[in-house]
Write a protein that binds this ligand. Structure first.
Ligand code: SF4
Length: 206
């Protein structure tokens, strides 16, 4: 029997989900209820923007394919249209030439938006400890979830998406990317040792 991915094994929106939505609609007049309802809707309608540059992108395709079927979790609208997407999945090595493109596409995405770094290359540069490769995409954009591995299994990325959905569902307010840049854990990443190339990408030592 095929391994079941994490999450709802039936692969459908469960009755509990629908009851939860109905309950939220009934309580819309209560303070904070609208934000909860909006977040519930967001969590079930993520639009991934795959930024695939290398082998990890093939594993990403495995997650979207019929075997694991990302659409069961409401996140199947994979589009290469940043203005409609809210979840960037960085899958592959980011070279110095691709880094400005990655940053531009991230900035073109509408708020609120989230980022998953998929694989060792996207998380840290992986085995390519060289001047021409960005040593982690968090040097230029804020990352919410890191999926380790070379390449990570599609189930691992699916798990990150499910964790992100949980987090979105529990948020009482959605932080903009500028606000998230002020979060302590992001500040810590930004303070990491910078190479001249990183300084160039950031436009100076900020
Ligand atoms: S982490 Fe491994 S599989 Fe993924 S892009 Fe890098 S080298 Fe390829």
């Amino acid at each position: 029997m095929r391994n079941q991915p994490p999450g709802d094994p039936s692969g459908r929106v469960s009755l509990a989900d629908l009851n939860e939505a109905a309950e939220m609609v009934r309580e819309l007049k209560k303070p904070g209820a609208m934000a909860r309802f909006v977040n519930w809707s967001r969590k079930h309608s993520l639009w991934p923007m795959p930024f695939g540059t290398a082998c990890c992108a093939i594993e990403f395709m495995g997650m979207v394919g019929s075997s694991l079927d990302l659409s069961r979790f409401g996140a199947e609208f994979v589009r290469f249209s940043p203005r409609q997407c809210d979840l960037m999945i960085v899958a592959g090595t980011i070279t110095g030439k691709m880094a400005p493109v990655l940053k531009t596409i991230y900035e073109q995405m509408a708020e609120p938006k989230w980022v998953i770094a998929m694989g060792a290359c996207a998380c840290t540069g992986g085995m390519f400890n060289t001047y021409s490769v960005l040593q982690g995409c968090d040097r230029i954009i804020p990352v919410d979830y890191y999926v380790p591995g070379c390449a990570p299994r599609p189930e691992a990325v699916l798990y990150a998406i499910l964790e992100l959905q949980k987090r979105i569902g529990n948020e009482t307010r959605v932080l903009t990317s500028k606000e998230r840049l002020r979060e302590p854990w992001i500040r810590g990443i930004k303070g990491r040792g910078r190479s001249p190339k990183d300084r160039l990408l950031h436009g100076g030592d900020q």
